[in-house]
Design a protein around this ligand. Structure first.
Ligand code: FE2
Length: 317
């Protein structure tokens, strides 16, 4: 079932100023209850059609993995940029038998990374004039959409996400990534809601990156990145952050209702805790980068041959 595009006025000067100050902006009631229902229906439809017979049972983790048997899983992940694929929670597998300890539907960490083109409902939500005007309001000249996913944060096992900056994953020169994060269910203290280090986008340069290994065997984090560290026009003094460790920043939990859109600056430190509650936390997220900036060839996600990333200007009014 396809929903209609969200109707939301472009960003106001006051909203832009909050975004500039905090590095994130919360827009409540971005989706109507009907749109939320439609998108949750679509998510459950996808979850009930996991192609298990051909699935390598890839677990998703943002930690570094170097196990030698992860190659098939790495391929499944690295070639997911133009597909709808399913990634499992690490805790969904029994440590002794290695088999799933619950239903496949309740074991999925996330579905990605091309939902914004391949799922009609999520395409309608993502590629439209409202999102285009928000991106233009944020200063994008040629906004391109990539890395869309539904993150399920399953009851009891939804894994914690350690502090990170989205530009570490989707690096351009200079950095330009912005996360669009939309709650499909209420997200708060019980079920692993988002936590932000307010204003950290102004003091934390991009110094670490998540890249493909040079031999193509998987991914890794590299540190001491020497390239551009802040978006164009936002250059800061080197070492302008106040603490040495990302964990030492003060994080603010933002509890949001289903239907809320949160915009997240690519340099902003954010994280979430494990979902220890009995309630899932389904969210949809995609990212926008500046198409006029150079997209880095080492990024984990590379555009599929001949496809490129989705051009929001094609949907602008
Ligand atoms: Fe993120």
């Amino acid at each position: 079932m396809s929903s209609s595009p969200p109707q939301y006025a472009g960003l106001t000067p006051s909203q832009l100023s909050t975004y500039g100050e905090n590095g994130y902006l919360i827009l409540p009631s971005f989706l109507s209850p009907l749109e939320i229902t439609s998108l949750l229906d679509e998510t459950h439809y996808l979850l009930s059609h996991i192609p298990l017979s051909t699935h390598p049972l890839t677990k998703f983790t943002t930690e570094d993995s170097s196990s030698s048997d992860s190659h098939v899983g790495d391929d499944y992940f690295l070639t997911s940029g133009d597909k709808i694929r399913f990634f499992f929670e690490e805790d969904a597998f029994s440590p002794t038998t290695g088999s799933l300890n619950r239903s496949p539907q309740q074991s999925i960490n996330k579905i990605g990374h091309y939902i914004h083109e391949l799922s009609p409902s999520f395409k309608t939500l993502t590629l439209n004039s409202t999102i285009a005007s928000i991106a233009q309001g944020l200063g994008f000249r040629d906004p391109r959409v990539l890395q869309s996913m539904v993150i399920c944060k399953q009851p009891g096992i939804g894994g914690a996400v350690p502090p990170h900056q989205d530009s570490e994953f989707l690096y351009t020169t200079p950095p330009s990534a912005v996360g669009f994060w939309i709650a499909l269910e209420d997200a708060g203290i019980q079920n692993g809601g988002l936590r932000f280090a307010k204003g950290s986008h102004k003091r934390w340069p991009v110094r670490r990156r998540f890249v493909r290994k040079p031999d193509g065997s998987g991914t890794e984090f590299v540190t001491d990145w020497k390239g551009s560290k802040f978006p164009e026009g936002e250059e800061q003094e080197e070492n302008s952050h106040e603490t040495e460790e990302k964990e030492e920043e003060e994080y603010t939990l933002e509890e949001v209702a289903a239907g809320t859109l949160v915009l997240i600056h690519g340099n902003l430190l954010h994280k979430s805790e494990k979902n220890t509650s009995g309630k899932s936390r389904f969210i949809y997220t995609f990212h926008v980068i500046e198409g006029e900036n150079v997209y880095d060839g080492q990024n984990w996600l590379q555009p599929a041959q001949g496809k490129g990333f989705s051009k929001l200007n094609d949907y602008a009014k």
